[in-house]
Unconditional design. Structure first.
Length: 299
């Protein structure tokens, strides 16, 4: 790709970019145009005498540096008393086996999250000024974004936990890149290998920041899938692979043998392996008889 010089005539296009990232997914050459846009935005930011007030207002996490006006803080101020009380509790470091990190947007409705049937018994963490810095980074404010992210890491490490559950995709992406090596004991990648775009990168980054990684996925070599392909010539549909080809979230299919070969090729140690069939655990011929596989892997 040719080097592109950022000039003022680009600014109109840059100002209309909302940093949604769709251009990355739709680029036929996998050229990651969003990275180019981020570089252009950084160049534009550095040429400005000050950060545009509209951008400063939309970026959370810089309250400690004197950025007073902020959209999220205004939103938090407008919450009811019971919501504010929940927010104050979330801002306090916790000691628990599992802790759920609450991102900026979810903190706008704390009572709904706190009273959720699925989440009400989970300890939660996330103060009003805690942020992963993704919007600063995507807007070209790289230095500010990295400072926000590093402060968040330090804040998270004030907690004592075995597992951190990150519900926000932006936060997860930032945290896995900047977390210190082996910051946690486990990371769980359950039923995601077949859906994520860069599986090898995700596994390597997970092993960098955690001692052990638990990987679970449906086995495409399950006997019913083989029979469907052989006799019907159609994409298999079963309990582990319930979607039709046109609405599936999967972008790849893998088998138990594929994953074992991958671990051997990448010098990844398989500490435990468990296989599950239609009626329970599978001990014989798992690549043929198991619907799902669960691996515990380490470096």
């Amino acid at each position: 790709m040719k080097k592109i010089t950022v000039r003022p005539q680009w600014y109109l296009e840059l100002d209309s970019c909302i940093r949604c990232g769709k251009c990355d997914h739709r680029c036929p050459n996998d050229a990651h145009p969003s990275n180019l846009m981020r570089e252009c935005l950084e160049h534009k930011r550095r040429s400005e005498l000050k950060v545009p007030s509209s951008m400063a207002y939309g970026i959370n996490g810089l309250g400690t540096e004197g950025w007073g006006a902020n959209f999220f803080k205004d939103a938090y101020k407008g919450l009811a008393k019971v919501d504010k009380k929940i927010l104050r509790n979330w801002a306090i470091p916790k000691k628990s086996k599992d802790i759920l990190w609450i991102g900026c947007t979810d903190r706008m409705s704390p009572r709904a999250v706190e009273e959720s049937y699925a989440l009400r018994d989970v300890e939660k963490f996330g103060g009003p000024d805690d942020c992963c810095g993704v919007w600063a980074i995507q807007g070209g404010l790289l230095d500010e974004g990295y400072r926000i992210a590093k402060r968040l890491v330090n804040r998270i490490l004030e907690n004592r936990f075995e597992r951190l559950v990150v519900g926000c995709g932006h936060c997860q992406k930032v945290l896995t890149r900047i977390m210190p090596d082996h910051a946690f004991d486990y990371v769980i990648l359950n039923q995601s290998m077949q859906e994520i775009k860069k599986a090898d990168f995700v596994i390597r980054e997970s092993l960098r920041v955690e001692h052990k990684v638990i990987v679970g996925f449906p086995n495409f070599a399950y006997i019913s899938a083989r029979l469907t392909l052989f006799f019907q010539g159609k994409t298999p549909i079963n309990a582990a692979l319930p979607h039709y080809w046109f609405d599936t979230p999967n972008i790849r299919f893998l088998t138990i043998r594929d994953f074992i070969d991958y671990c051997a090729k990448k010098n990844i140690h398989v500490e435990q392996q468990h296989f599950v069939g239609k009626i329970g655990r599978v001990h014989l011929l798992p690549n043929l008889l198991a619907q799902n596989a669960i691996f515990v892997i380490t470096k």
